[in-house]
Design a protein around this ligand. Structure first.
Ligand code: ZN
Length: 466
């Protein structure tokens, strides 16, 4: 018995140490710099590489977060601080090639004001008086080779500042310093953090606990309608797919006066168990909305929460639900985005949504109409929101394809089958097979779902728009 418990204790202490330790520190309110350290589970002999992501799932862009890394140093076992060297071809990589040296941890700084000025609002972390809003992937990279190891993250800030993490959501967030664990670097990078006395948290009893976390720079926002919309979205998805894939869910709301005046469409961004909505202060909700307004403004919340299923847990082709060093060319954004815009239309039946899909497909630039479905998707892979005609074009073609398939399924089955069965089938298939589907097998999979052939409709939508 004693022997086994000793082994068990050894095992527990091994697990407790076999984690990559990340620290994020913000302790100087006169500066917009944050400090990051990354300590591998055990000291590493050089050479060692550090990588920043340039591809974030769902942004369909190239995010040059590596340009904000400053003072990147490797700290050796004898306390020496060795500057790491950026890749000569400007890959988002730095090297410590001093063979013979042992590296205990690496450290760097990021200037968030600079990031905010250079990036789209929905890609940037921000600092305001009494507030920091951090997208983990914008500030955290990985030591090459450690990205699949368990991760522990500590956030350190002023003693009076609450820290809310999407990994450990709480109505009374811990103050000053919090610590949490993630399966690996990728799930850590998927999270978001709000720091400071200027944000608010409100919890709602949905299918699983729902947290609305709000930072509104100019005045306090009315949160109950967001709570209602999140709760209702979760109920719709639970009915559609038969379950929800997360244990809790957080909606982050960030309404800030832009650092640079400019055109900043209010985008949302999906994550495994959260989503973040970015805007200026013009759309801050001051009072309760009417029922009609609540439904009319619901689709974006339902759409982004729906991404927790598709594509974050059911996906194909070159899309991956985690950050990458190099942005992939994706042939099926019409699936990721279009099928997940079809769902809010299918469940809320708002005629304005269908009109929008049709306008985006049939009344857009002739250059875009001339592109076949895969070509448009490839183009949108890195330009989805920089020229939003491309994003709107590709998601709307996907939504109309799903709509046509839905009508066909209902006709052939006398109303017994629909796209709901197809989406549920794909989600279950991904859960079981734990791999992306290929574009070759996709038409077979969707036809298998209801035993009704959807190949003709699928083929038709591959073509350019007449
Ligand atoms: Zn989307």
């Amino acid at each position: 018995m004693k022997f086994y418990s000793a082994i068990f204790l050894l095992f527990v202490s091994f697990c407790a140490h076999a984690q990559v330790k990340y620290t994020i520190t913000y302790l100087d309110s006169s500066s917009s710099n944050i400090q990051v350290t990354i300590k591998p589970a055990s000291s590493q002999k050089a050479p060692l590489s550090f990588v920043m992501p340039r591809s974030i799932p769902g942004t369909y862009g190239i995010t040059l977060y590596d340009q904000f890394i400053r003072k990147l140093t490797a700290v050796t076992s004898d306390g020496e601080r060795v500057p790491m060297v950026k890749d000569a071809g400007d890959a988002p990589r730095w090297y410590m090639n001093d063979t013979g040296k042992t590296i205990t941890y690496i450290a760097y700084e990021i200037d968030l004001n600079r990031m905010e000025r250079k990036m789209a609002p929905s890609d940037a972390s921000i600092i305001r008086s009494g507030f920091a809003g951090l997208l983990n992937y914008s500030i955290l990279g990985w030591i090459d080779g450690t990205q699949l190891q368990p991760a522990e993250c500590q956030v350190k800030t002023f003693d009076t500042w609450p820290v809310f993490s999407s990994h450990t959501p709480a109505t009374q967030p811990g103050k000053g310093s919090i610590q949490f664990v993630a399966d690996n670097y990728y799930t850590l990078a998927d999270g978001q953090l709000f720091l400071g006395p200027r944000f608010r948290v409100k919890a709602f009893a949905a299918v699983v606990p729902l947290y609305i976390v709000s930072y509104a720079q100019t005045e306090e926002e009315y949160l109950d309608d967001y709570g209602w919309q999140g709760t209702y979205s979760m109920a719709i998805l639970n009915d559609y797919f038969g379950e929800v894939p997360f244990k809790n869910y957080t909606i982050f709301l960030r309404s800030a006066i832009p650092a640079e005046p400019g055109n900043a469409p209010p985008f949302g961004m999906e994550h495994l168990q959260s989503s973040t909505f970015f805007g200026d202060v013009s759309a801050i909700r001051k009072t309760a909305m009417s029922e009609e307004q609540k439904i009319r403004t619901l689709p974006t919340f339902l759409h982004h929460m729906g991404h927790s299923f598709i594509p974050l847990r059911s996906y194909g082709d070159a899309y991956r639900p985690f950050v990458q060093e190099i942005a992939p060319v994706i042939n099926n954004i019409w699936f990721n985005e279009g099928f997940m815009w079809f769902l809010p239309f299918d469940t809320l039946k708002l005629p304005a949504m269908r009109t929008r899909f049709e306008n985006n497909v049939y009344r857009t630039s002739p250059v875009i109409k001339k592109m076949g479905l895969q070509q448009l998707s490839q183009t949108a892979s890195t330009q989805y929101s920089v020229d939003f005609r491309l994003g709107q074009g590709i998601y709307s073609r996907g939504a109309l394809m799903a709509l046509e398939m839905d009508t066909h399924l209902k006709e052939k089955s006398s109303g017994k089958k629909s796209m709901k069965d197809v989406l549920r089938y794909l989600y279950q298939w991904s859960k079981k097979n734990k791999r992306p589907f290929t574009l070759e097998e996709f038409p077979t999979l969707i036809s298998q779902a209801c035993g009704i052939d959807l190949g003709k409709i699928y083929d038709k939508w591959q073509l350019s728009i007449e």
